[in-house]
Write a protein that binds this ligand. Structure first.
Ligand SMILES: C[S@@+](CC[C@H](N)C(=O)[O-])C[C@H]1O[C@@H](n2cnc3c(N)ncnc32)[C@H](O)[C@@H]1O
Length: 219
């Protein structure tokens, strides 16, 4: 094995030393989500810190967040890009959207627009080349559709990211069709392949959280 595999102690070290604000924000946001029965399938705290740092590095101002859940990734990115930037976040589930809206209001985060409904429908109504950064983190079978539409919506030089590149730890495991994760794992495997083969992107896998694919787009 090359490199150093992440264990729990190292993960905690990273959060304690580099992601204390992100951990605090998550604590503030997940209470209401847990009460409402929203699943805890958000990005991890160290991933949140990485995204914030990255958005600052590329000076992103317009961000598209596909899959809101209770608003954690959107809030992290909205804080990183500052009040003169905007995060557009897309969520299908009415309950998730309501909890996210409550969280944004409670935290006084005003630079987020939440659009409820199927993400792909909303994306299809948007103009070309309007985002500096797009993160795909919703229903896995649609990932390739989000990538296709994302390539239209991203600016030249912008970055597209896809979460769960490691398929919940199952990427390289042999799993049967009877496993409930099977369709999602298959979709992720196909997405990873398509992402790596996309001529318009120079891409890499960043091993934060469940694996983040990232590609800078040339148009
Ligand atoms: C993994 S969660 C997103 C986590 C969020 N990005 C974060 O890290 O805080 C995926 C979300 O995508 C939503 N979703 C599933 N299918 C969708 C669709 N077709 N359009 C929009 N959202 C969808 C789910 O309801 C869920 O809230």
């Amino acid at each position: 094995m090359k490199g150093t595999p992440l264990n729990e102690a190292t993960y905690n070290y990273i959060v304690d030393n580099f992601a204390t604000e992100e951990a605090k924000l998550l604590e503030l946001m997940q209470g209401r989500a847990a009460e409402a029965g929203v699943p805890m399938i958000m990005i991890s705290e160290e991933q949140a810190k990485f995204l914030g740092m990255f958005l600052k590095a590329i000076k992103a101002k317009r961000v598209l967040d596909i899959g809101t859940l209770f608003g954690y990734s959107a809030a992290v990115m909205a804080n990183a890009i500052g009040p003169d930037g905007e995060v557009v976040t897309l969520e299908y589930d009415a309950k998730h959207a309501e909890v996210a809206r409550h969280n944004f209001k409670h935290l006084h985060i005003e630079n987020i627009s939440l659009l409820q409904g199927p993400a792909l429908d909303h994306m299809k109504t948007m103009a070309d080349s309007i985002f500096d950064f797009i993160i795909i983190d919703a229903d896995k079978p649609n990932y390739q559709n989000y990538l296709k539409e994302g390539l239209r919506l991203i600016k030249n030089g912008g970055v597209i990211a896809g979460d769960n590149a490691f398929a919940f730890g199952l990427l390289t495991e042999s799993i049967g069709a009877d496993n409930p994760d099977y369709p999602n794992v298959l979709a992720i495997r196909e997405f990873n392949k398509a992402f790596a083969a996309e001529d318009a992107m120079f891409s890499a896998v960043v091993p934060v959280g469940d694996g983040l694919l990232m590609g800078v787009v040339s148009k």
